[in-house]
Write a protein that binds this ligand. Structure first.
Ligand code: GTP
Ligand code: MG
Length: 372
């Protein structure tokens, strides 16, 4: 059989001698080497390791957070309802192991408790910001350890924030703007209009436009779906969602929906709400991108600020690259010099006090001798 490249895409239309850059030679490869199987190796490795995904649900008490998560994963995660009478906003964190065919997913759902229930709502975003930062910090500490164990490390960084907007049909509330503004550079925000079955079609369209314009005018960054996605995703934001685990009869079929005296809202019917769009965008198409954005954008920002605060830098005052060792040695030298200075100051003070004491002692001796 004639030798032919197994993977046509590895063939580069250059002469063998073509040089690219300084030292990389592009070669026309013929025959089978095996590295075309790399993607399969990655797939197998990932399946073996399993996946993890961390969702943060922010929204007022009773807005439908638990129902939506149940509906997304088609399972009853048995979440208790919370009270409206907490004096502060809190967070409830639950981790589940889910399986779909041979893929295992460790899902962590973090939900706000008591959000929007206080008279003064100004500090509502703080526990959320603190939680998100604490997960970045835990990851950074693991990274900085000498003996790191990322294989069994549970990465708890938040990959996406589902922000539940009340279906008022009016506008965003100041708590929404304040919270989103304070977390938009820390997490990927996907805004949702909750309980979208309570708002008419016309009002919903106007409400969506109003929300988008308010987000823009307040400079709030929401998650940007990758452009090669189904182009409609970004245009449909915020997704108008309805959650329900109830099985309702429609014709001869049983569907998940909400039954009303005038008809049935089918959760998975794209003419009724954007639930399927959200599920596809979140779980099927963009889960990996959300995780990547978390790592390369949000975590990177946190890490950079933190290390700079600790005095680390990539370049010296002359703009030349500085190695970790040089920074460490420089810091050690400065610390040593400071210790020396402080020691010297202490010595001087001590000597001075001894001298002062000697003088007073001599003076007292003199006084005593004149008395005798
Ligand atoms: P807490 O955890 O107690 O803050 O509430 P939650 O945000 O988790 O709300 P939950 O899912 O418990 O829903 C509260 C009530 O709203 C329940 O009676 C749900 O049946 C109802 N509900 C949930 N989703 C929807 C929805 O999409 N439309 C309508 N009309 N009702 C909904
Ligand atoms: Mg709940």
């Amino acid at each position: 059989m004639a030798e032919k490249p197994l993977c046509m895409s590895t063939q580069i239309p250059h002469d063998e001698d073509t040089q690219r850059g300084d030292s990389v030679r592009c070669l026309t490869t013929l025959g089978h080497f095996g590295f075309e199987c790399l993607p399969h190796q990655l797939v197998n490795q990932s399946i073996q390791q399993g996946f993890s995904f961390n969702i943060l649900c922010v929204g007022e008490t009773g807005i439908g957070k638990s129902t939506l998560i149940d509906t997304l994963f088609n399972t009853n995660l048995k979440d208790k309802k919370s009270s409206h009478f907490y004096s502060n906003v809190g967070l409830k964190i639950q981790t589940y192991e889910l399986q779909e065919s041979n893929v295992q997913l460790k899902l962590t759902v973090v939900k706000t408790v008591g959000y929007g229930d206080q008279i003064n709502k100004e500090a509502s975003y703080q526990p959320i910001v603190e939680y998100v930062d604490a997960q970045f910090e835990a990851y950074l500490q693991e990274e900085l350890k000498i003996k790191r164990s990322f294989i069994d490390y549970h990465d708890s960084r938040i990959h996406v924030c589902l922000y539940f907007i009340s279906p008022t049909g009016h506008s965003l509330k100041s708590i929404d703007l304040l919270t989103m503004k304070n977390i938009d550079n820390k997490v990927n925000i996907i805004p949702l209009i909750a309980k979208a079955d309570t708002i008419s079609k016309n009002d919903l369209q106007k409400f969506k436009c109003k929300i988008v314009s308010e987000l823009v005018s307040n400079g709030i960054q929401i998650y940007q779906f990758p452009t090669d996605d189904e182009t409609t995703a970004q245009g449909q934001l915020p997704f108008a969602v309805v959650g329900s685990m109830d099985e309702v009869k429609v014709g001869k079929r049983m569907v998940r929906g909400r039954q009303y005296p005038w008809g049935v809202l089918q959760v998975e019917n794209e003419n009724h709400c954007d639930f399927v769009k959200l599920r596809d965008m979140l779980l099927c198409i963009n889960m990996e991108d959300l995780k990547e954005q978390t790592h390369t954008q949000h975590y990177e920002r946190y890490r950079c600020c933190k290390l700079e605060k600790m005095g680390f830098t990539d370049v010296g005052p002359d703009n030349k690259p500085l190695s970790f060792q040089e920074i460490y040695e420089d810091k050690r030298q400065k610390f040593y010099d400071q210790c020396q200075r402080e020691e010297e100051e202490l010595k001087q003070k001590f000597m001075q006090r001894v001298k002062d004491k000697e003088t007073t002692f001599k003076e007292s001796e003199k006084e005593a001798s004149t008395l005798v």
